[in-house]
Design a protein around this ligand. Structure first.
Ligand SMILES: Nc1ncnc2c1ncn2[C@@H]1O[C@H](COP(=O)(O)OP(=O)(O)O)[C@@H](O)[C@H]1O
Ligand SMILES: [Mg+2]
Length: 279
């Protein structure tokens, strides 16, 4: 579904030269849920914007269904980190969710159906008439997710969508994303700096190096489905996977020059009691 090939992005502004992404190559299959994890500032947002056609790569390319992405492609939806700024405060929740559907040119009755269905999926049926600022942060982020869902995307890009919500809400939203992924068969690329979140959510985790960024490792998350916040997180396999990702990120942060792709450090049986965040 998605093919990122040799992607490089250099920002050039007022004499400053920032090589945010050096050389990224990975693919995401149709209906896959892939998590990208890497330290803050490693270029995750930059990468996602290139994938979503919001930024032009300096070199390399992004292919969606084999076609080169040169602008926001149809069938692709984006959930940004800053939900506060991604909803229009002067529009009610229902209108926010409906907006992209108007732009899609759908008839009114279909728009209503999709808006109601999406708000129901995120448990906000009764909030349609409220303004975003009347809702909690977690609810606002659910509105942003509903807006993306109503659009009926084939591909959903999510940029640290739960970074600013409390732990309990975050756990609920993680389960919501996995549930929607299973029900709707959407292809999801989920970016996070949180190692536990990446392992809990993903069917596969792509570990990024520190900037200038390359892929350090890709690992399959062979945890059973459906996952559960209580039981999955205490499984020995969960601890093994998070330890492995944690080590990769630590190594990435130590070395400006990351190891070649696939050159993984030997996985030992050390306990997985390290901090869960890549930052
Ligand atoms: N518009 C921009 N102009 C110049 N540099 C930028 C711009 N956006 C991001 N950067 C730089 O690119 C690097 C990667 O940023 P970003 O993609 O936001 O990382 P992440 O999302 O992983 O935290 C950082 O060093 C950041 O300062
Ligand atoms: Mg970011």
């Amino acid at each position: 579904m998605l093919d990122v090939r040799g992607l490089r992005k250099v920002y050039e502004a007022s004499g400053r030269h920032v090589e945010a992404v050096r050389d990224l190559t990975f693919t995401v299959g149709a209906g896959e849920l892939v998590c990208l994890v890497g330290p803050s500032g490693c270029g995750k947002t930059t990468l996602l914007k290139c994938v979503g056609g919001l930024l032009a790569p300096t070199a390399g390319e992004v292919l969606l269904r084999g076609r080169r992405v040169t602008g926001p492609p149809p069938g692709l939806a984006f959930v940004f980190q800053e939900y506060g700024r991604s909803l229009f405060p002067w529009m009610r929740v229902g209108e926010n969710v409906e907006l992209p559907l108007r732009q899609k040119g759908l008839p009114r009755s279909r728009r209503r159906e999709l808006v109601a269905g999406a708000l129901r999926s995120v448990g906000l049926s009764d909030a349609s008439g409220a303004y975003p600022w009347q809702l909690s942060g977690g609810m606002q982020q659910r509105v942003a997710i509903a807006r993306a869902l109503a659009y009926e995307p084939d591909v959903l890009l999510m940029d640290e969508p739960f970074a600013a919500v409390d732990a309990q809400t975050r756990a609920d939203l993680e389960d919501l994303v996995r549930g929607l992924w299973r029900q709707r068969g959407i292809t999801i690329l989920f970016v996070t700096h949180d190692i536990d979140e990446a392992v809990y959510l993903g069917e596969r985790v792509v570990v990024l190096s520190a900037s200038p960024t390359v892929v350090r490792e890709e690992l399959k998350v062979d945890l059973p489905d459906p996952r559960d916040q209580l039981t999955t997180r205490v499984e020995p396999r969960f601890a093994e996977l998070r330890t492995r990702v944690y080590r990769q990120i630590q190594a990435a942060k130590r070395s400006a020059e990351p190891g070649p792709r696939g050159a993984v450090e030997k996985d030992t049986d050390a306990p997985a009691d390290q901090a869960p965040s890549a930052t």
